[in-house]
Write a new protein. Structure first.
Ligand code: GLU
Length: 477
């Protein structure tokens, strides 16, 4: 899961997020006090704890959990393991979570956690100890719980870490019947939901597909509609980048470039995503892939010829120094904060269509929401209705055949009769969410000339929804 592309910029990520927020806030009708309440981080917990390394030695570990907004509970957001973790970063990411959830109508506040470690430097047993200790610290201060704060995977973490978190929480709270909902992104056997692993990447794909389906918008940037034949470069072959690339490839896009921290590869005729993934796994490097050109340093890959660029690694990857060299016509922000505000200014002048993080990568938290619902209801999606619906459709098909005197072939019947399983329902809920939210933010942008970007439109959409939830309480008359 760890793509480990270096964060190349030193500007404050949190300040950047707030800057984007302020730009949008100015275009809303809400009083400054209310905007300030929506903008500020509600609480930050910094933790220091030791772990035993070798022999009698100890290492001090620094970790955080930031809860940005309690306007809805629980708050929600991943936990990342990376050396780039610091308070500024978790606060920025927690704020993005608040706005992301609002954009896609996921009824949570935003949060984010992080442990400042390079997970590759630790054994599995050490990682387990660090994760369990971190969870115990969160429990101590009431920073975790199915009704309070629900972590999930992020950069450098995955289902394994989530299983440790859930298990630790359940040991502390054996009386809580909903305890499994204290974290999402768990393995299926521990209460996870089918489709969560690929959800962020699938969401990025749905976003890209929707964007290129609108003829009016494509004409403005000189592209035809549809994904077929579109040239795509992906930065980061971790969980998000890999799945986004794979779904795009399956829909006819050409993945011409893939970048990782050790270097990048490019082939104008397209790279097979699974073969590249296997190649990297076997050889420990993405470089020297058959038929592809090696690109070094890896950042150069962002500047190569393509239609769609998908940064799917860390923040601040496209900045004032490289933005001018970007050739893509569309950027889909699969990572959180991959563009600095300066980069965005430059790219807008170049007429690049930017699909912002708080919408583009919201697929992960959307399916996390479905997992949390599953945990609270204690039943797999589709379990109650699958057979019932199949029986209804079968009767319908039989009646149609009888009345028309014609019969359908087996494959037609199978498609018509098939009742939905958990994965069908999860993917359908995700598709509905991503498509609806895109049209919502696009409409906000189209409504006013002052809303110049989809990012500003997304922040406005989020601010409107959060403000309304405060106003409904009469807190800010
Ligand atoms: N870490 C993911 C994000 O940044 C997922 C968060 C979640 O599922 O709660 O959106």
């Amino acid at each position: 899961m760890n793509t480990a592309i270096k964060n190349s910029d030193h500007t404050s990520f949190y300040k950047n997020v707030l800057g984007f927020f302020d730009k949008a806030g100015m275009l809303t009708k809400y009083p400054k006090g209310l905007l300030n309440q929506i903008r500020e981080t509600n609480s930050v917990y910094r933790i220091i704890f030791p772990i035993r390394t070798t022999g009698k030695n100890y290492e001090v570990i620094e970790a955080f959990r930031a809860e940005h907004s309690h306007h809805k509970l629980p708050v929600k957001g991943g936990i990342r393991y990376s050396l780039s973790v610091n308070q500024d970063e978790v606060m920025a990411l927690a704020a993005l979570m608040t706005f992301k959830c609002a954009v896609v109508d996921v009824p949570f506040g935003g949060a984010k956690g992080g442990i400042r470690i390079d997970p590759k430097k630790y054994s599995e047993a050490q990682l387990e100890r660090i994760t369990r200790r971190y969870t115990a610290e969160l429990i101590k201060k009431n920073f975790i719980g199915p009704a309070i704060d629900v972590p999930a995977p992020d950069y450098g973490t995955g289902a394994r870490e989530m299983a440790w978190i859930a298990d630790t929480y359940q040991q502390f709270h054996p009386e809580q019947i909903d305890a499994a909902g204290c974290v999402t992104g768990k393995p299926i056997s521990q209460g996870g939901v089918r489709g969560r692993t690929e959800a962020t990447g699938r969401g990025v794909f749905f976003a890209a597909r929707e964007v290129v389906s609108i003829a009016e918008d494509m004409k403005k940037i000189g592209l035809t509609t549809g994904l077929d034949g579109k040239k795509v470069i992906v930065q980061g072959l971790g969980n998000v980048g890999y799945h986004a690339a794979k779904f795009l490839q399956n829909s006819g896009a050409l993945i011409v470039g893939i970048a990782e921290y050790e270097g990048a590869i490019y082939n104008k005729n397209g790279l097979d995503v699974d073969s590249v993934f296997q190649h990297r796994k076997n050889r420990n490097t993405i470089l020297n892939f058959k038929g592809a050109k090696n690109i070094k340093p890896t950042e150069k890959a962002l500047e190569l010829n393509c239609d769609i660029l998908i940064p799917a690694a860390l923040e601040n990857q496209i900045h004032a120094d490289n933005a001018n060299k970007i050739k893509a016509k569309i950027i889909v922000e699969a990572a959180n904060g991959p563009l600095t505000p300066e980069a965005e200014e430059i790219l807008l002048k170049k007429n690049v269509l930017i699909i912002p993080d708080l919408y583009a990568n919201a697929g992960g938290v959307t399916v996390s929401y479905f997992e949390w619902l599953k945990n609270l209801s204690h039943v797999r999606f589709g379990r109650m209705e699958k057979r019932y619906e199949e029986a209804t459709y079968r009767t319908l098909v039989n009646t149609m055949e009888e009345l028309s005197g014609k019969s359908l072939n087996e494959s037609q019947k199978k498609t018509l009769i098939n009742g939905p399983s958990e994965i069908d329902l999860v993917n359908s809920g995700l598709e509905e969410t991503m498509v609806t939210a895109y049209h919502e933010i696009r409409a906000i942008m189209k409504r006013s000339k002052r809303v110049e970007t989809l990012r500003t439109a997304s922040y406005i959409s989020a601010i409107n929804k959060i403000a309304e939830s405060y106003l409904a309480l009469g807190i800010f008359p």
